[in-house]
Design a protein around this ligand. Structure first.
Ligand SMILES: Cc1cc2nc3c(=O)[nH]c(=O)nc-3n(C[C@H](O)[C@H](O)[C@H](O)COP(=O)(O)O)c2cc1C
Length: 210
């Protein structure tokens, strides 16, 4: 149960502010399955009373692919509004759910680009994964992402959700064909919520020393 206070600040039943979870849709491929997977996990988040989702879709808000000189702003003026549509939302997030397919035993370049454009936005925050693939359930993409996010001072959540053969993993209503996926989503989000609250409290008490 949530209460909407007059300030518009949403507080859940324990009096703790709702955690903001940025759901990052990593695939930008034409005809992608990523939209279905992201919508499914976003519905799971919406059913909870401790978190709210902000879907960061790299198709709707694409980022430039040319990084600037280190320590300098982008020289391309078109890069600034593109970054402005994404970066503040990552900075405001208490936690992330990364929705990633597996491409050639790894994760897509579009996702790596979004990760590399940012740094402090990831620090001391938890990251859960929903992965999918043809035959691997995206597990090899996730293992590589754990290394990348470790470099960015983020905490990756042990339990995740993986869809094998993603083409047949969802019904026409967008729900997962295997109910075990829903149970896995709940477990991952429970762990994400624990870390999000713990790390938000810790960041507020003492700035993270990167
Ligand atoms: C370039 C490319 C490489 C792929 N490599 C793998 C792979 O290594 N392992 C796997 O299980 N599936 C692989 N697949 C299948 C994808 O994971 C699957 O098509 C998935 O739906 C792609 O995500 P998307 O539809 O959101 O783009 C690959 C697909 C593409 C397009």
């Amino acid at each position: 149960m949530c209460t909407l206070y007059p300030t518009g600040y949403v507080v859940h039943i324990r009096g703790v502010p709702m955690m903001k979870v940025a759901v990052i849709v990593g695939s930008t491929r034409e005809g992608r399955s990523g939209g279905t997977v992201a919508a499914w996990i976003t519905r799971h988040i919406a059913q909870r009373d401790d978190m709210e989702a902000d879907v960061v879709d790299l198709v709707a808000t694409p980022l430039p692919t040319v990084l600037p000189e280190l320590g300098s702003p982008p020289s391309d003026p078109e890069a600034l509004p593109q970054l402005a549509a994404v970066s503040p939302r990552l900075a405001a997030a208490d936690a992330f759910v990364v929705v990633t397919p597996e491409y050639n035993r790894s994760f897509p370049a579009s996702l790596k680009n979004a990760i590399d454009w940012h740094n402090r936005e990831w620090h001391a925050k938890p990251i859960g994964f929903v992965s999918y693939g043809g035959f691997s359930a995206g597990t090899r993409a996730v293992e590589q992402l754990r290394q990348v996010f470790g470099e960015l001072h983020a905490v990756t959540i042990r339990d995740g959700v993986g869809f094998n053969g993603v083409w047949g993993a969802f019904g026409p209503d967008g729900e997962a064909a295997d109910p075990a996926a829903d149970a896995a989503a709940k477990k991952m989000l429970d762990q994400l919520a624990w870390w999000a609250e713990a790390l938000r409290t810790a960041r507020a008490a003492r700035p993270y020393a990167a």
